[in-house]
Design a protein around this ligand. Structure first.
Ligand SMILES: Cc1cc2nc3c(=O)[nH]c(=O)nc-3n(C[C@H](O)[C@H](O)[C@H](O)COP(=O)(O)OP(=O)(O)OC[C@H]3O[C@@H](n4cnc5c(N)ncnc54)[C@H](O)[C@@H]3O)c2cc1C
Ligand code: FES
Length: 352
């Protein structure tokens, strides 16, 4: 018998305890995990946003950020779709140990990578690997809205079996003309015909997949080299890059060192006011690194200024901060800083 949902008609809170409802295998080392809120809250977010989970791995909680792969048009549950790489700690723990009924703490939602923020008549989604998750959330929203916009959905995978959500996307696309799927794989599966594209995404392939790409709002998500190749391709094709949006799952490779690293080290110190500790530094270390040296734990996840997990209150002094959108202008004006990407200039004090 299906469990009755204890619905409170309240939206979920910034920090909500989630209960694992289902673990659905997707492909090798990849699964979708569906959660519900034991509080009965419903899930309100923008399709494409992410959350940060506190994973209870041995040795202490590990914070990991995942895009919400479900759509807020289906607010009773929420899912993430995770793919573990070799050497993974957090995602591997999710795949091996998270079982229905277990509860974990979630923080969020956050993030600006959503087509809700960039209304357009035509979209081009370009993803690779687990970068498909925000595209799935946005496509499900588009489907559920009943007004299927014009979406060309380009996805690159290693083999056809690695295409996450393939059947669900094909079900959508089989029934509406507005969604056009274009998959490309590095190699075909053995003993199975692959009638789609093969090889890396190229200018010629893009032109065949979406001949009107210049008219589309582009959303791109995948490994850093993949996104760099897409950016360079679009730039050289004369695409208006103000209509290009991307989400990075890992720290972008720096073409230039941050200002604080390019300048000669200068004496600085950080006072952790509540802990009564002051540590000297040369101004090249982040607040997060100095806090760690002081034996203080600032929760962190992405470590490149995107997820907002490491936000702390600055009570004095100046910092140099190069972030990736994890903090708003209002928060900065209120003295908040992201510890993972802020470096002290002279003497700084933190409410920690
Ligand atoms: C906004 C955002 C959205 C995201 N969405 C998704 C999503 O939808 N799905 C998804 O699967 N992921 C997503 N991620 C990525 C996710 O947050 C994790 O970063 C990723 O899964 C890696 O974490 P992990 O615990 O699996 O691996 P980690 O344990 O953090 O290891 C990461 C890699 O580093 C290497 N490594 C680990 N420890 C060491 C060491 N000591 N020395 C050398 N190398 C080491 C490992 O080989 C491994 O490949 C997202 C990230 C962001 C920022
Ligand atoms: S850890 Fe993600 S913004 Fe600092």
């Amino acid at each position: 018998m299906m469990a009755q949902q204890n619905w409170t008609a309240q939206p979920w809170a910034d920090s909500e305890l989630l209960e694992c409802a289902m673990v659905i295998p997707e492909s090798a080392d990849c699964a979708t995990i569906a959660f519900r809120a034991p509080s009965g809250a419903w899930f309100d977010y923008q399709p494409g946003q992410f959350l940060t989970l506190e994973l209870p791995v041995p040795g202490g909680p590990l914070l990991r950020t995942y895009t919400i792969s479900s759509s807020p048009s289906r607010p009773l549950s929420l899912s993430i779709t995770v793919k573990a790489q070799a050497g993974s700690l957090g995602t591997r723990w999710l795949l091996d140990h998270l079982k229905p009924g277990m509860q974990i703490k979630a923080h969020g939602p956050a993030g600006a990578f959503s087509f809700h923020r960039h209304p357009a008549r035509k979209y081009l989604f370009i993803s690779a690997g687990s970068g498909i998750t925000p595209m799935m959330a946005m496509t499900t929203w588009a489907w559920d809205s009943g007004e299927m916009p014009d979406i060309v959905f380009v996805h690159a995978a290693k083999t056809p079996s690695d295409i996450i959500f393939r059947e669900r996307l094909e079900q959508f696309a089989n029934r509406v003309p507005g969604l056009q799927l274009r998959f490309t794989v590095e190699e075909a599966d053995p003993f199975r015909v692959w009638p789609g594209y093969k090889g890396r995404l190229s200018q010629i392939m893009l032109g065949l997949m979406a001949s009107d790409y210049l008219e589309r709002e582009v959303f791109c998500c995948g490994p850093a080299p993949f996104m760099q190749a897409v950016r360079e391709m679009l730039q050289s094709l004369g695409f208006d890059m103000t209509r290009y949006h991307e989400e990075s799952f890992a720290a972008p490779a720096l073409e230039e060192a941050p200002v604080a690293l390019r300048e000669a080290p200068t004496a600085a110190e950080i006072t952790f006011a509540r802990s009564g500790k002051t540590l000297a530094t040369d101004g090249t270390e982040t607040l997060l690194a100095v806090a760690k040296r002081a034996g203080l734990n600032i929760p962190s996840s992405c470590n490149f200024g995107l997820c907002g997990t490491c936000k702390v209150q600055k009570t004095g002094g100046e910092v140099s901060m190069v972030h990736n959108g994890g903090i708003s202008e209002e928060e900065i004006a209120d003295g908040m800083v992201l510890a993972c990407c802020a470096r002290p200039i002279g003497a700084v004090s933190l409410d920690l």
